[in-house]
Design a protein around this ligand. Structure first.
Ligand code: 1HN
Length: 357
């Protein structure tokens, strides 16, 4: 029985209509009323399912790849996370890709650039670095680094370092959906460092101070957001502000020149849940990939509970109800996230609701 709702398609099949549809199909056309309800849903209905990947389950398999492939042969040694509803586009959620990359001391993953934007969040190991458009950036635990759209980038671990694992985040599925992706390999494999090490941090990570000069690129000139100042800022914020009932104390990583997101297509944030803090549920358009950077707790996503601890990765699909809770009564818990909110916002598609009590 079809419900007869005014303004929604409600046409019964008759032999005449069946014949008509067959004729339209032969002309590579179709009757809108047969698909209108599907292509114009009442509200977003994500193909992505809420997921959590336990680091404890993944880590050994990530390390196994060290003996199986080289960065030379594989390009990047990465185990990527597949959402069962988004396998066809290699997304972890929505139009966002994520994976775990591993490198041994002394290895280099050669330079390339692409139209998709990327980020890294450092999970373990010492001595990792990334070179972005000639800027060499040293990477430590819980540091967040950008390799924006079109920038040459290579990674490595110094000979005195240890095996390093980091999370990659990219908008590859989105850029492919837009049929706008390009990929190039740098002749000669590696860039020559054109600037002092960590110079973008020296220039742009000051306390709300910026150097003279202009910057015309659409991404943040600050390429690395270090953990220590991020955590210190979160602690100060959490001690003096109520924060959000839905997110606790959440700070957005920002382009220091605009106050806006770090890249045009990917936003990122770090949130702190105070000891014992449990947030209220809300839902909004836009997808997010989370990594627990500190502590432990759980999130309820679309009615399903996911317990997380340090380094676990989970996803919140667009328009899914979600709430977070810190498991500890004495320690704070921190969640890193990257999301597609810059795209959602710039297209005027942001919508948010709190769950009725
Ligand atoms: C990429 O460039 C990296 O630079 C990692 O480390 C993962 C996945 C898809 C496409 C490009 C990297 C990637 C990627």
């Amino acid at each position: 029985m079809r419900e007869n709702i005014e303004g929604r398609a409600n046409v019964d099949d008759t032999p005449e209509l069946e014949a008509y549809y067959a004729d339209l199909d032969r002309l590579d056309t179709g009757a809108l009323w047969n698909v209108a309800n599907a292509i114009e849903p009442w509200e977003p209905s994500s193909a992505s399912v809420p997921m959590l990947w336990r680091y404890n389950d993944l880590r050994a398999h990530v390390l196994r790849s060290l003996d199986l492939v080289t960065p030379e042969r594989a390009g990047r040694r990465v185990v990527y996370l597949v959402n069962p509803g988004r396998r066809d586009v290699a997304a972890a959620v929505g139009w966002l890709y994520t994976g775990l990359q591993v490198m041994n001391p002394g290895e280099v993953a050669s330079s390339h650039r692409h139209a998709s934007s990327a980020l890294r969040f450092i999970m373990e190991g010492e001595g990792a670095y990334t070179v972005v458009d000639g800027h060499k950036i040293t990477l430590g635990r819980n540091d967040f680094v950008l390799t924006p759209n079109g920038t040459w980038h290579e990674h490595g671990v110094g000979p005195d370092g240890t095996t390093c694992i980091w999370q990659d985040g990219l908008d590859i599925p989105l850029v492919n959906a837009m049929e706008a992706n390009f990929f190039e390999v740098l002749p000669g494999r590696t860039q020559t460092a054109a600037h002092p090490v960590d110079d973008t941090s020296a220039s742009f990570a000051g306390p709300a101070l910026r150097p003279t000069g202009t910057w015309s690129k659409p991404h943040s000139p600050l390429l690395k957001y270090e953990w220590a100042p991020t955590y210190a800022a979160l602690q100060r914020f959490a001690a003096t502000n109520a924060g959000s009932p839905f997110d606790g104390a959440l700070l957005h990583y920002m382009n220091p020149l605009t106050g806006g997101p770090v890249m045009p297509t990917i936003g990122a944030a770090m949130q702190l849940l105070r000891p014992g803090e449990a947030t209220r549920a809300h839902r909004h358009t836009g997808s997010a990939v989370y990594q627990c950077a500190k502590g432990s707790g759980h999130s309820v996503i679309a009615g399903k509970r996911f317990d997380w601890t340090e380094r676990d990765i989970f996803v919140v699909p667009s328009w899914a109800w979600h709430e977070h809770a810190n498991a500890s009564a004495s320690d704070d818990a921190c969640l890193f996230q990257f999301n597609d909110l810059p795209v959602i916002n710039s297209l005027g598609l942001y919508r948010e609701e709190e769950r009725p009590a």
